[in-house]
Design a protein around this ligand. Structure first.
Ligand code: NAD
Ligand code: WQD
Length: 337
């Protein structure tokens, strides 16, 4: 199977390409390199003996997409491309709606013109807003609290309407919880530009000496130790979730919605302790005010994916922290230019 992977040069996309190759599929990457570097390609080759084809392009360029879909005889699309920084989305809502919502509509339109009718979309647990309870099942109500989250929700709604009007299509919405970790080889990992927004990249940059201390956002939440609780999932487990989705429902018409999480919640302080243990490095931190818009706790009920896709997350917190450290300590400044 030839799989077009939009955003395949990025964090989750690059790890998914490796698992696609291992599963005997052919990934073709389409990415504008807005938030990634071409030097990820030889790293992919190093760990799986093959370099995926890479086309530099923007998902808002319909003609280019049509050329690529036809030329590579694409069977299905995994759509990672988009912007993902919550804070930035508040400052630049137009850019987020253009990239994430308009970009997806252009992509689906190009697929329709080429007769490619199978799509897997990167959604997010952010679509559950502030959930009334945990664990969260796919039937929980959805809402958004910032433009990034709203863009994901809008895309979900657009794709739901589109699938209803085109029942022969297979559209899968994968709602990721908190992706962390790296390929176990240490060759690939998360390489945020500037100050990391997310917890784990920040913690690992403190451990490697790039930053002085971690600010823990809030210590008065009604959680086990007062700090925020999330469902951290290893990026390799997440990558495997995409393979399972393609294999189980990628050629079954319908709208398929799955949580990809572990079903376990870990606090910020638990993550810091696990990281110190894995790295042998101290992670100094200061307890500060809550970050606006944050929720107290969020974790998945992943049983639908287990039942229907036969997928379950298998990696532990130790795997997540050890693999992150292997990547961070071997590549303290991320990928080379
Ligand atoms: P990433 O930024 O590492 O990867 C996204 C890739 O898309 C980058 O390589 C970027 O260059 C590319 N891109 C952006 N806009 C593009 C455009 N208009 N045309 C072509 N390429 C474009 O992000 P990631 O962490 O790998 O996330 C992948 C997807 O998963 C995103 O859609 C994100 O919203 C979603 N997601 C991520 C998380 C997370 O915490 N990392 C959680 C839930 C959902
Ligand atoms: C995790 C916990 C913070 C940084 C975000 C997006 C969500 C999804 C995943 C894309 C929280 C605390 C963090 C720091 C801290 N992305 N924290 N100090 O907020 O759960 O989700 O990324 O879809 O949409 O909102 O992840 O990693 O930012 O935070 O104390 O420097 O770590 O308060 O409790 P979050 P996160």
């Amino acid at each position: 199977m030839n799989i077009l992977v939009t955003g395949g040069m990025g964090y989750i996309g690059s790890h998914t390409c490796i698992q696609l190759i291992h599963a005997g599929m052919t990934p073709i990457i389409f990415d504008n390199l807005d938030n990634s570097k071409a030097s990820v390609l030889p790293r992919i080759e190093k760990v799986c003996g093959q370099q995926p084809q890479f086309i530099q392009g923007d998902i808002r360029n319909k003609q280019r997409l049509i050329e690529v879909l036809k030329q590579h005889d694409i069977d299905a699309v995994i759509h990672f491309a988009g912007l993902k920084a919550v804070g930035e989305s508040v400052q630049k809502p137009l850019e987020y709606y253009d990239n994430n919502v308009n970009g997806t509509l252009v992509l689906v339109d190009a697929m329709r013109e080429c007769g490619v009718k199978s799509l897997v979309f990167s959604s997010s647990a952010t679509v559950y807003g502030d959930p009334a309870s945990v664990p969260i099942t796919e039937s929980f109500p959805t809402s958004a609290t910032n433009p990034y989250g709203r863009s994901k929700l809008m895309v979900e709604e657009c794709l739901t309407d589109f699938q209803a009007a085109n029942p022969e299509w297979s559209i899968t919405l994968l709602r990721y919880f908190n992706p962390v970790g790296s390929h176990p080889s240490g060759e690939l990992g998360e390489d945020p530009q500037g100050i990391p927004n997310n917890l784990m990249p920040f913690v690992s940059q403190v451990a490697v000496g790039r930053r002085e201390f971690l600010s823990v956002f809030g210590s008065d939440y009604p959680t086990k130790d007062g700090t925020g609780v999330r469902d951290y999932i290893h990026v390799m487990d997440l990558a495997d979730g995409h393979i399972a989705a393609l294999q189980k429902v990628g050629s079954q018409s319908g709208l398929h919605v799955y949580n990809l999480g572990t079903g376990n919640g870990s606090s910020v302080l638990e993550m810091v302790a696990a990281f110190e243990q894995a790295s042998g490095q101290p992670v100094p931190y200061q307890l500060v005010e809550r970050r606006p818009g944050d929720i107290a706790e969020c974790w998945a009920d992943p049983s639908k994916a287990e039942k229907e896709l036969g997928w379950v997350a298998t990696k532990t917190l130790e795997d997540m922290t050890q693999d992150t450290w292997r990547w961070q300590s071997g590549n303290p400044n991320g990928y080379p230019e």
